[in-house]
Every structure is written in structure tokens, then in C-alpha cells.
Design a binder for this molecule. Structure first.
Ligand SMILES: Cc1cc2nc3c(=O)[nH]c(=O)nc-3n(C[C@H](O)[C@H](O)[C@H](O)COP(=O)(O)OP(=O)(O)OC[C@H]3O[C@@H](n4cnc5c(N)ncnc54)[C@H](O)[C@@H]3O)c2cc1C
Length: 466
């Protein structure tokens, strides 16, 4: 009796229900990873290198067990059914994006063996945390309350098993990953974080402090399970509780996308569907390049380029700047982040972009617009984060570093020539704010009018019938 285990975003052996159940139910297992060009082509260089390194690390773990990972180029819809014919069953952990669900349904349909699926990517699977009337939550706080009191059914432990393989394909060459991959890298990051987790509540918003776990790419590729993280971190201090709450946000967005798959491309809040976005390629180019003239925005965008990761507070500031200052459609920013982030995860990225845009689940109201200068002063008070990524401002002290154009003499004394060594702001925040408020109000007004027209049409229909 043998099983095929299709590894996807669960590149680990610890706390992996598909792996554990396959080893319990079968004497021999074959693990496979499919290099799917559709996914590889959409990934920036840094994420691609990390993915390949994570697959390499999993292969090493399976070699230590006497086999190796089967690596196949192609589309899973063809590869998995073909391999499944040599086994009694196929095991995998579910992924909840619309793309993954379509792909998995096609694989299941074509498989020549039983299919067993598990929820190894989340603490609580979509559908496990519902309102009293069995509907999905759209607001985080009640979701979190229910999430925290939902018992965690433990997954079984894996058993000793013979590891098979049916190919000797090597992984493509990739650059050195930006962080250490595999389960070992994830464990090291977690242990480093444990040393500072008790300060998480106060430090988590400070991009100038290394106060967050940096486990997002591990959660994206599944080199550690979110349940294992929650178990090790525990909830004995406010810092630990605040951290585990973030894992609940992750589950929250996974279930929002699961229940509302159309929100990959469309706003969850339908009254904002008719926003007329600005069309300004030059502004988008400046935003992507970190050349907007707003130091905190530019530092964040350059952090994304050089490291493939960006601090959460700065993700909010840069996203808000694109949508609420430049008036650009959130989908433009979402696609850019999706390509470059090493932790890019459609449900998290879309959920957060829609949150910032004010169009999503539990979103900030559209009229709450982040001011990039006050955010910068508050969360990077000494300008250390800016200095790390915008070297042309390195000699400027706070507070001038947050808005150099407001203190031109200081800027000049620090060797900053606005318009030459560093750009002037590409837009005036106060003016942009007014334009954005009008843009959002117009969309709501147009939806209201549409509804009123609809009501009138219904009324007219009714009277004519009478
Ligand atoms: C515009 C925007 C886009 C984002 N895109 C992504 C994305 O593609 N992939 C992604 O994993 N996260 C995304 N996030 C959420 C968040 O920024 C990252 O998860 C976090 O910065 C990762 O760093 P960390 O692991 O050190 O986080 P920590 O602060 O250590 O948090 C621990 C874990 O909790 C989860 N988490 C933390 N904050 C959030 C949040 N706001 N929403 C959902 N889960 C959260 C993550 O899994 C994270 O690894 C985005 C946020 C914004 C504002």
C-alpha cells in the first residue's frame, strides 16, 4: 500500500497533516513537488529563489529518510493524475485561493486513486469559524473571539515509512535565497523572535526595530505550521497574545477569500465598485521605484525591492499612499506586491490591500486617510528606517528627514538638493486627501442613485402591473 503526497505550500514534515496521515495509512510514500510555470512566472527573483531553496531543504529531509523528493516540471493537472496511477491514494493540504481550488478540483477529478485533503495551512480552516447563524464573518473582532475559543483538533504524528521516488530531476539553479529556507530556517527565526515577543505589542509598529517575527514567508511556503507557532509562542503575556491575534488575521483573510472568491479582483464592499481611479503611469512608476519624495514611502518601496519583504506598518503607509494620495486602483499595487513579496499570498495581499483601500472586510472607513508624514514621525521617530533604505537622506536628522521640503535649509546643509539628489513630493498630501474624499463620496453617491433608480424602476413595474 503506497501513497503519493503532493507538497505545495506545506514544505515541511513537522505538523503536516497530509504527510502524517499518509505515513499512518501506508507503508510507503512518495512525495512530489510540481514546478508549475504558471506560478513560477509570476514570482519575482527573490521569492523564486526562496521557493526553490525550501523545496531543496524538503528534498534533503526526505533523503535523510532514505528516499528523495520527486520533482517534476509541468502542470499538476497532468502530472498528479499520472503519478497517482502508481499509488492507492493521493494526499495534499488544501489551499484556498480561487486558482488553487480550480486546479485541485481538476486534479481530483482526473486522479486514478483516492484523494485525501487536509487543512494544514491555517489554524482553523475556512468554514470552521462561523457566526451564530452559520454565516462567514466579515468583521474581525467577533471572528477573533470565536476563533480563539474554537478548540484546536490536534493532528496526528507521522510514523516511520519507506520513502519512494520516481524521478531524478534536479531543481533549476536559483540565486542564493535572501533568508535561510526550510524548516531549519523557520525554527531559527521563531527562536530569535521568542526573545523579543514580549515586547511585540509595543514594538510591532516600529519599522526601525526588529520587533516582528519575519515568519510570513515561512507561513506562505509552509516551512512551519501556524499551529506550531501558536503553540510555541503561547499566550502568557500581552505581547504573545497580540502576536497570536495576528495569526487570526491570517485565518480571517483566508476565509474571506474562500467565501468571496470574486474579491481577488473586485471590492467586497459593492457600494464602492464604481470608483473612478486616476490614470497616472508616471506616478505609479515613481511609487514602484521609491521616488515619490515622501521618505517613508520611498524607504518602504526600496525595502520591498531589495529584501522582498516590507514591514507591516510601512505596507499600510505605502499602500495608502498609492490608493489615497495618488488615487490609483488598489489592484495595481496588489499586483506589484504579489510579484515582489517573498511572502506574497493572494488572500493576505488582497485582504490587506482592500482593507487599506476601504473596500474590503472590516476595512478602515474610506475617510480615514493615512498622512505619510505624521506616520513617519510616529513610527520611525529618529528616521533610522528611512536612513537604512534612502541613503541620499542619510545625513539628515529627524525631524527634517520625515519631510525634507519643509526644512530646505537643513536639507541643504545635509547635502540634500531637492529636485536633484532627492525628489520633491510628487503630490501634496492635503490636496490629494480632498480629491480622494470626493472620489469615494462620488462612488457611494452613484451606487445610491443606481439603487434609487432601481427602486423607482421596480415601483414603476409594480404600478404598471396594477
Ligand atoms: C498592503 C498589504 C499587503 C500585505 N500582503 C501580505 C502578503 O501578501 N502576505 C502576507 O503574509 N502578509 C501580507 N500582509 C500582512 C503583513 O504585512 C505581513 O504578514 C507581515 O508584515 C509579515 O511580517 P512578520 O511575519 O514579521 O509579521 P508578524 O508581525 O510577526 O506577524 C506574524 C504573522 O501574522 C500574520 N499577520 C501579521 N499581520 C497581518 C495582517 N495585517 N494580515 C494578515 N496576517 C497578518 C502573518 O502571517 C505574519 O507572519 C500585507 C499587509 C498589507 C498592509
Amino acid at each position: 500500500m503506497s501513497a503519493l503526497i503532493w507538497f505545495r505550500r506545506d514544505l515541511r514534515l513537522d505538523d503536516n497533516p497530509a504527510w502524517a496521515n499518509a505515513t499512518i495509512d501506508h507503508d510507503a510514500v512518495e512525495g512530489v513537488f510540481v514546478l508549475d510555470e504558471r506560478l513560477l512566472a509570476g514570482a519575482g527573483e527573490l521569492r523564486r529563489s526562496l521557493l526553490l531553496d525550501n523545496v531543496r531543504a524538503l528534498d534533503e529531509q526526505l533523503r535523510a529518510l532514505g528516499g528523495r523528493l520527486t520533482i517534476v516540471h509541468g502542470s499538476p493537472e497532468a502530472v498528479i493524475p499520472e503519478l497517482s496511477g502508481r499509488h492507492d491514494a493521493v494526499y495534499w493540504n488544501r489551499d484556498y485561493t480561487p486558482f488553487a481550488r480550480r486546479r485541485d478540483a481538476a486534479v481530483e477529478e482526473a486522479a486514478h486513486a483516492d484523494v485525501e485533503c487536509f487543512d494544514g495551512a491555517v489554524v482553523h480552516a475556512p468554514g470552521a469559524v462561523l457566526t451564530g447563524s452559520d454565516t462567514p464573518y466579515r468583521v474581525f473582532t467577533p471572528f477573533y473571539r470565536k476563533w480563539a475559543e474554537t478548540p484546536i483538533e490536534p493532528w496526528p504524528a507521522a510514523q516511520a515509512v519507506t520513502v519512494l521516488t520516481s524521478s531524478d530531476t534536479q531543481l533549476p539553479k536559483a540565486g542564493r535565497p535572501i533568508i535561510e529556507g526550510g524548516e531549519r530556517g523557520a525554527r531559527e527565526r521563531l527562536h530569535r523572535f521568542i526573545e523579543v515577543v514580549d515586547d511585540y505589542k509595543t514594538d510591532r509598529n516600529r519599522p526601525d526595530i526588529d520587533g516582528t517575527s519575519r515568519l510570513s514567508a515561512d507561513l506562505k511556503f509552509g516551512t512551519i505550521s501556524p499551529r506550531r507557532i501558536a503553540e510555541i509562542v503561547g499566550s502568557t503575556t500581552p505581547g504573545r497574545q497580540a502576536f497570536v491575534r495576528q495569526l487570526a488575521w491570517r485565518d480571517f483573510y483566508a476565509q474571506v477569500l474562500f467565501h468571496h472568491p470574486h474579491t481577488v479582483d473586485a471590492p467586497l464592499q459593492e457600494d464602492l465598485a464604481s470608483i473612478v481611479w486616476a490614470n497616472d503611469d508616471e506616478a505609479v512608476t515613481a511609487w514602484k521605484a521609491g521616488e515619490t519624495g515622501y521618505p517613508i514611502v520611498d524607504a518602504g518601496m526600496r525595502q520591498l525591492h531589495t529584501t522582498g519583504w516590507m514591514h507591516n506598518r510601512v505596507r499600510m503607509i505605502t499602500a495608502s499612499f498609492l490608493v489615497k494620495d495618488l488615487g490609483i486602483d488598489w489592484r495595481v499595487g496588489e499586483r506589484h506586491f504579489r510579484r515582489l513579496l517573498i511572502d506574497a499570498d493572494v488572500s493576505q495581499n488582497v485582504g490587506n490591500w482592500q482593507w487599506v483601500a476601504g473596500t474590503g472586510a472590516d476595512a478602515a472607513p474610506y475617510f480615514r486617510i493615512m498622512n505619510p508624514i505624521t506616520q513617519s514621525r510616529r513610527f520611525d521617530p529618529d528616521g533610522e528606517f528611512i536612513r537604512a533604505y534612502v541613503p541620499e537622506l542619510a545625513s539628515l536628522r529627524a525631524p527634517a528627514i520625515h519631510a525634507p521640503w519643509e526644512q530646505p535649509l537643513e536639507a541643504a546643509a545635509a547635502g540634500v538638493t531637492l529636485g536633484e539628489t532627492y525628489p520633491y513630493p510628487i503630490i501634496d498630501h492635503a490636496t490629494a486627501r480632498e480629491v480622494t474624499l470626493r472620489r469615494f463620496e462620488a462612488a457611494r453617491e452613484s451606487t445610491r442613485n443606481g439603487k434609487d433608480d432601481g427602486e423607482q424602476a421596480k415601483g414603476t413595474g409594480g404600478s404598471s402591473k396594477a
